[in-house]
Design a protein around this ligand. Structure first.
Ligand SMILES: NC(=O)C[C@H](N)C(=O)O
Length: 486
């Protein structure tokens, strides 16, 4: 069961070949056996089994939908009523939210069973899942390697078959890069497509939630329930949600115009095995009838520096709420109010979070605002215009998700710039608010997965999923599973 997709599990449930209680028990057992991956921060067996029983009862009454009874996990950045939501930080180590995030609400209403909360980089800041207060996550394909980040626990849990799907968030690549490094499929929807109500905010002009699973079809099934308007998130767009599976099925690779950005393929620091894998994927799309052509995104090289001004600036503002007074970590025996703020924040936040707060505060300070933050916003506009121009002549853009396959644990932990460069191909998409996904596209040395990134134009998730699904019809990379470690 553990290597089946949601679509397959739903069919098995419908035929009565298994129950949700059985699937949930199996997931809980696998989670326990794979404890060394450190993919979970919190596992909730009692509530999971109760939800599974309720799902089986709903099915017996003839009230089952495509997600009824499917076990899933939520990144520990989504607020879950009555279940600790730590954001992988000491700051929120004991925070138990009194409400569910919109995404959690929606997926619960769709009948999914939540088995727990997955590990992540602290406050979603990182690309390797090593900044977590709860320790690093291991990559199921190679336990000496990182799973990527920041949604590394969700990625590892899906890749290892602990759950068929998990939620993630993506501010600069946090769904797509770990999806690539663990050989699964992950989608960052258009900015505004999914409500962020109840998601701990990192960089509000970039954050977006999305699904992680083992096929494009499963992403479509999940997005169907995750998308939609919600007035509690003012950035959420009021726009009808199309039938993603129908749009996916209606997309034909024949005639699909696929653009390959020159800047992505020729970028410095891209491993040859990754560019080889992407060229082979482009070839496969072309052989299937897609019109593959080279395009240019001249300002793509600016994306990382622009992001590392804008994201820390917004983070420094969002994270100012963690002051040791209202909720979150509070230091022992503060001498006075200033000591309380200083030590609570000093002890509650990890190194990378503090680095971002410092950079962001500097970028926003009087005298530097125009030189950095304002300038970054201007260059962001140029990056957006590059994409707008490209989408005049292509339907989707294809390229690598990450410049390398999974790197060894510790390899970049002390070198922030090297770490930031892991997102060199994903960040521009967030700056432009576009939808993009990563699907597995082969393996590099040591059997580590390579990810193919496909980028769509705004609100064109249906066609984007269709392109990925088409690719998964002609390849079986998404069917490969990591060697079992018993
Ligand atoms: N949060 C993200 O989307 C990941 C990015 N690597 C960051 O550290 O900001």
């Amino acid at each position: 069961m553990h290597d089946q997709t949601i679509a397959e599990l739903a069919a098995a449930l419908e035929r009565g070949e298994c129950s949700s209680v059985e699937l949930t028990r199996a997931a809980l057992e696998r989670i326990e056996r794979a404890a060394d991956l450190n993919a979970f921060i919190t596992v909730t067996p009692e509530s999971a089994l109760a939800e599974a029983e309720a799902a089986d009862a709903a099915r017996a009454r003839g009230e089952a939908g495509p997600l009824t009874g499917i076990p899933i996990a939520h990144k520990d950045i989504f607020c879950t009523e009555g279940v600790r939501t730590s954001c992988a930080s000491r700051m929120l180590e004991n925070f138990v939210p009194p409400y569910d995030a919109f995404v959690v609400e929606r997926l619960r209403a769709a009948g999914t069973v939540s088995v727990g909360k997955t590990n992540m980089d602290e406050f979603a800041m990182g690309s390797s899942n090593e900044t977590s207060y709860f320790g690093a996550v291991k990559n199921p394909w190679d336990r000496q390697a990182v799973p990527g980040g920041s949604s590394g626990g969700s990625a590892a849990a899906v890749a290892a078959g602990l759950v068929p799907a998990a939620t993630g968030t993506d501010t600069g690549g946090s769904i797509r890069q770990p999806a690539a490094l663990t050989g699964i499929s992950g989608l960052k929807p258009t900015y505004g497509r999914v409500s962020r109500y109840g998601i701990v905010a990192f960089a509000s002009s970039l954050d977006q939630a999305g699904p992680m699973a083992s096929s494009a079809e499963d992403l479509a099934i999940l997005l169907q329930d995750m998308a939609g308007f919600d007035r509690r998130d003012s950035t959420c767009v009021e726009r009808p949600v199309p039938d993603y599976r129908a749009q996916m099925a209606a997309t034909d690779l024949r005639g699909l115009r696929v653009g390959l950005p020159r800047e992505f393929l020729e970028a410095e620091g891209v491993d040859a095995e990754v560019s080889g894998g992407i060229s082979a994927a482009a070839q496969a799309l072309g052989d299937a009838g897609a019109e593959v052509r080279e395009i240019s995104l001249p300002n793509a090289g600016m994306a990382v520096p622009v992001y590392y001004v804008i994201a820390p600036a917004e983070a420094s503002s969002n994270l100012s709420r963690f002051d040791g007074v209202r909720y979150g970590y509070r230091c022992e025996a503060p001498a006075d109010l200033e000591d309380l703020y200083k030590r609570s924040r000093g002890e509650g936040f990890g190194e990378e979070v503090k680095r971002r707060i410092m950079v962001g505060t500097y970028a926003l300070s009087a005298g530097y605002y125009d030189a950095y933050y304002h300038k970054a916003q201007q260059v962001r506009r140029l990056v957006q215009q590059d994409f707008a121009r490209a989408f005049e002549s292509v339907d989707v853009i294809a390229g690598p998700t990450a410049p390398s396959t999974a790197f060894p644990l510790g390899a970049k932990a002390d070198d922030p710039v090297q770490m930031y460069l892991s997102d060199i191909f994903t960040i521009a998409v967030n700056l432009a608010g576009l939808p993009a996904l990563s699907v597995p596209a082969g393996f590099g040395g040591g059997g580590r997965p390579i990810g193919l990134q496909l980028i769509g134009s705004h609100f064109d998730e249906g066609r984007l999923l269709g392109a990925a699904h088409g690719y998964q019809q002609i390849t079986d990379w998404h069917r490969q599973r990591p060697p079992v470690e018993e």
